[in-house]
Design a protein around this ligand. Structure first.
Ligand SMILES: [Zn+2]
Ligand SMILES: [Zn+2]
Length: 427
């Protein structure tokens, strides 16, 4: 294992330059060496080796290109850069910046082992269960009301039926992985601030198994992968009354991994918005439209179609002479969502929206005069010393309310208003 932080490696040798090289020569040598050993540019099998070399090249450059650090290295060797409290280390060039300039950002290096927190570890730490598959499942409110059985096709990895998850032919023996010596893991160099450290990652040659079958010994069906894909029809039951965040678990239906108990598929219920009903727990609310005439004189009709398709009929008024007001709430007990246990249900809250006549209503002056006579009179006039009769815009918009003072900073900003920027510029 090469570790330039600890072993006495000649940094000049790493870059292939003379001890007398000037800064320009160091930079050129670094570019050449870094490009030659860049892990993205080599075949998969040589990648880890290339990465170690690449890191060594980076560190050599980092130290030799900085005059202070180079002096330290020339006089004290790598020992000057180990441990904490390194002298004069604060002002060095940022390696990430240099790499970003050379390779157009760190994005391309995301796939390099050892750069981030790689999951998995030595073979001994393998989990006993394969991971659960968590997924969201959107459900219509109608289906949450009634309950529903859903069938769907799922493709999952199952243990190969030919080799029973061995990966090789019946009598074949797996070979120990030479890359990791059968450990399933490898040490790689990581950059920690200015320095290189080693960390343990799964071996890429054997996929962390520590052994593998030679091509001729591989199982014909799974080609050594130990698992095959299988399409299966799965069925889940969404119980009536289920709600957002509820989990539906299909035990043992996650991908199978040799030597592990299969994990579960877990559906997290997400409630779809409904055009009519809104839900809070087991209660429902909906807005019902009622005409002015109905509000005043009464009605007997279906006001809303429930989630199971039933018409919900109301009789108004309950007491002769009662009038419905805008925003009045009519509570219908027991017509909310079903509870998960038992036969009880929540309640339904109907909010009254009085529909006033629109432009299409063209009453004659006589009708209006009669209405005026029939309907309640206005309150006593407001008393004032002076009275101004003013003009008005019948289509005022409350969104504009206060918008003129938005520049003051404390008022709200109206981002949707496209006219706003031009207005700002003009002032
Ligand atoms: Zn197989
Ligand atoms: Zn290996």
């Amino acid at each position: 294992m090469v570790n330039v932080s600890q072993a006495e490696v000649d940094l000049y040798e790493v870059l292939g330059i003379a001890n007398s090289a000037n800064k320009d020569e160091i930079r050129k040598a670094y570019r050449k060496a870094a490009l030659a050993s860049h892990p993205d540019k080599v075949p998969e099998a040589e990648r880890e080796e290339a990465e170690i070399k690449f890191k060594a090249v980076q560190e050599a450059y980092d130290i030799l290109y900085d005059e202070d650090k180079r002096h330290l290295y020339d006089t004290h060797g790598m020992g000057a850069f180990n441990g904490s409290g390194e002298p004069g280390m604060g002002a060095g060039p940022d390696l990430d910046d240099i790499l970003a300039q050379m390779f157009g950002g760190m994005g391309g290096m995301g796939g390099m082992p050892g750069m981030g927190g790689m999951p998995g570890g030595p073979r001994a730490n393998k989990p006993r269960r394969s991971p659960n598959e968590e997924q969201k499942y959107e459900v219509k409110m109608e289906d949450l009301y009634k309950g529903k059985t859903v069938k769907f096709a799922s493709t999952k990895n199952v243990i190969c039926s030919l080799c029973q998850g061995k990966g090789g032919k019946e009598k074949a023996q797996a070979k120990q992985c030479a890359t990791c010596g059968g450990q399933g893991v490898k040490q790689v160099l990581n950059q920690m601030g200015q320095f290189l450290t080693t960390s343990t990652v799964p071996c890429s040659t054997c996929n962390g198994e520590g052994e593998f079958f030679s091509p001729k010994d591989k199982c014909k069906k799974c080609k050594g992968k130990k698992t095959t894909e299988e399409r299966k029809i799965l069925e889940i039951y969404i119980p009536r009354g289920a709600r957002e965040g509820d989990k539906i678990i299909l035990e043992g239906e996650a991908d199978q991994v040799p030597g592990q108990e299969p994990g579960d598929i877990v559906f997290h219920i997400v409630e779809e918005d409904h055009p009519v009903f809104r839900r809070a727990g087991s209660d429902l609310t909906a807005t019902i439209d009622v005409t002015v005439a109905e509000a005043l004189t009464g009605f007997s009709r279906v006001v809303v179609k429930h989630l199971d398709g039933r018409g919900i009929e109301l009789q108004h008024p309950k007491k002769p002479g009662d009038v419905l007001s805008p925003g009045q709430v009519l509570k219908v007990p027991g017509e909310g969502m079903p509870m998960k246990r038992g036969d009880e249900r929540g309640d339904l809250y109907l909010v009254v929206n009085i529909k006033f006549p629109d432009q299409n209503w063209k009453p004659s002056p006589e009708v209006l005069e009669k209405l005026k006579e029939m309907l309640p009179r206005p309150d006593a006039p407001i008393q004032a010393d002076t009275v101004d009769e003013v003009d008005y815009d019948p289509k005022g918009d409350l969104d504009e309310f206060g918008a003129r003072d938005a520049h003051g900073g404390s008022a709200w900003e109206d981002d949707d208003d496209e006219g706003e920027p031009a207005q700002c510029a003009a002032q």
